[in-house]
Design a protein around this ligand. Structure first.
Ligand code: FE
Length: 347
């Protein structure tokens, strides 16, 4: 009897220990491709004892993987770098809406999913980035490119560099343009961009910036953090590049510069839900938010987080007018935009 009891006791203890061991794990699928984030992951693990396993892929790859894995998915937290993909994953039921007073207090409603039926929130924005125009300072002035529309003007024939139209950053920008201009004018504008291209789209945003500096391109489109990274680099080659270019936050006198959101969510079939919520709360905390700003040159999503990033300050002169559009509107335009891109031959 005593023996049986102790066996049961040991079994219980082992089961508790294994639960505890499970409790100290967090599986992240991340589209954040920034080495400077490593500090945040290790800070979180140090503070909580929770070990992070991370799978890195792009937004589309992560969504495809979640769909394929279904209920068997080991993913607890999903980090994506595009508002339209966050919206898509939410609509497709890939996220588990959560309730967190900390996150609800920190993140403004415009930067998170709308409350779901159970009152939970499917995803929270954690940082933002603006999609800006850079130009060759010798040839052009700020007023030449102070709107996205101007990129299609014939004076830029053979001068425009931009990454693939199907990249999420561009799909979201073009989805936003569709909201502002309507489909017909947006398609004409996109055709204008294709007509103005200096080369077939290739590389990432940094390659477009370098293209302007090398003289291959006269104007280009980039997310702000790529530019800020170069501005703050100690590499003389990067300094030589940024010395040659000007930056414009477009559409300040109309609807504002396009801003995209990077954010996080708990996966629909998360096994370590508590850890997942804890991690998202950590990412919305002042120290992590400051890291988004100073480590990766993004704007913090959380309210009232002070930060001091000289490159972002130099770029904006302090502040800028950003576009205000519901994520759902931009998200819903994506398929339409892809069809337009195919029609105008925007690779
Ligand atoms: Fe990026």
């Amino acid at each position: 009897m005593t023996f049986t009891k102790s066996i049961v006791g040991i079994a219980c203890l082992l089961s508790t220990l294994s639960t505890l061991a499970q409790d100290k794990i967090l599986n992240i699928y991340s589209a954040r491709h920034y080495p400077t984030d490593e500090v945040m992951y290790s800070d979180f693990s140090k503070a909580t004892g929770i070990k992070i396993n991370r799978v890195d892929a792009d937004d589309a790859g992560i969504l495809a993987r979640l769909r394929a894995e279904g209920a068997a998915s080991p993913a607890d937290v999903i980090l994506l770098v595009d508002a339209a993909r966050l919206w898509r994953a939410e609509v497709d039921g890939l996220f588990l809406p959560i309730k967190s007073a900390k996150l609800e207090e920190a993140i403004p409603t415009i930067l998170r999913a709308k409350a779901s039926d159970n009152g939970g929130t499917a995803w929270f924005g954690l940082s933002t980035r603006a999609r800006v125009i850079v130009y060759d300072k010798v040839t052009y002035n700020k007023t030449d490119v102070d709107s996205y529309e101007k990129l299609a003007e014939s004076k830029f024939k053979g001068k425009l560099c931009i990454r693939s139209g199907s990249h999420p950053y561009n799909l979201s920008l073009f989805g936003a343009m569709t909201e502002h201009l309507g489909s017909q004018k947006t398609e004409i504008w996109l055709k204008g961009l294709v007509d103005n291209m200096a080369r077939s789209p290739k590389g990432g945003d940094t390659d477009q910036i370098k293209g302007v500096a090398s003289g291959e391109c006269g104007v280009a489109v980039t997310n702000t953090y790529y530019l800020a990274r170069m501005m703050r680099s100690s590499n003389p080659a990067d300094k030589a590049v940024t010395d040659k270019i000007g930056v414009v936050f477009p559409n300040q006198s109309s609807w504002g510069t396009h801003v995209n959101v990077a954010g996080g969510a708990v996966a629909r079939y998360a096994k370590n839900t508590e850890n997942a919520v804890k991690f998202l709360e950590y990412l919305a905390s002042p120290s992590a938010q400051n890291h988004f700003a100073n480590g990766n040159n993004e704007w913090p999503a959380a309210k009232g987080v002070g930060f001091d990033n000289p490159a972002l300050k130099a770029m904006t002169g302090g502040s800028f007018k950003s576009e205000l559009l519901p994520t759902s509107a931009v998200g819903m335009n994506q398929i339409k935009v892809q069809q337009m891109l195919d029609r105008v031959g925007f690779k």
